[in-house]
Design a protein around this ligand. Structure first.
Ligand SMILES: [Cu+2]
Length: 150
């Protein structure tokens, strides 16, 4: 029993050389997931206007980590960046939102059409700031969210 415990302990230590305290993790493990679902998320008032369809509506993440959008709905959505400080009244999106683009938050992005159960490309939180985004199909629902990078 003691040998088994020692082996397990060694294995665990061996897997995490110089590991930071629990909860921070490596860059890969630090990917934050934002759930995409118009059916299960209610409308929320935020500092940027009405949000909804993404959970959480406002996601705060650390500089240098990354974020992914996972469609937990039964139909398609996009996560597409908006270059504005507050949500525009009318949809700011064009057809380019339907194609995947971007790999950083500061560079702007679109997940492209995210089918049910699929995940977006990872997006690196490369600069501090506030990043607004919405869904091409359901912007007016409202289906919008914000990411704050600190
Ligand atoms: Cu949508």
């Amino acid at each position: 029993m003691r040998v088994v415990s020692l082996l397990l302990f060694s294995a665990l230590v061996g897997c995490t050389p110089g590991a930071p305290p629990a909860g921070s993790g490596s860059a890969a493990a630090a990917a934050t997931t934002i759930d995409v679902s118009l059916t299960s998320s209610s409308v929320a008032a935020t500092a940027y206007g009405s949000a909804g369809g993404f959970a959480p509506a406002v996601t705060t993440i650390a500089l240098g980590t990354s974020v992914r959008f996972v469609n937990v709905d039964s139909f398609s959505h996009t996560s597409t960046s908006i270059s504005a400080a507050t949500f525009p009244a009318a949809s700011p999106f064009g057809g380019a939102a339907l194609n995947e683009s971007g790999s950083t938050l500061s560079g702007g992005w679109s997940s492209g059409t995210l089918g049910a159960g699929t995940a977006s490309q990872p997006l690196l939180a490369d600069k501090t700031g506030t990043y607004l985004y919405g869904c091409f199909f359901h912007y007016s629902a409202p289906m919008r969210g914000a990411i704050v990078v600190k």
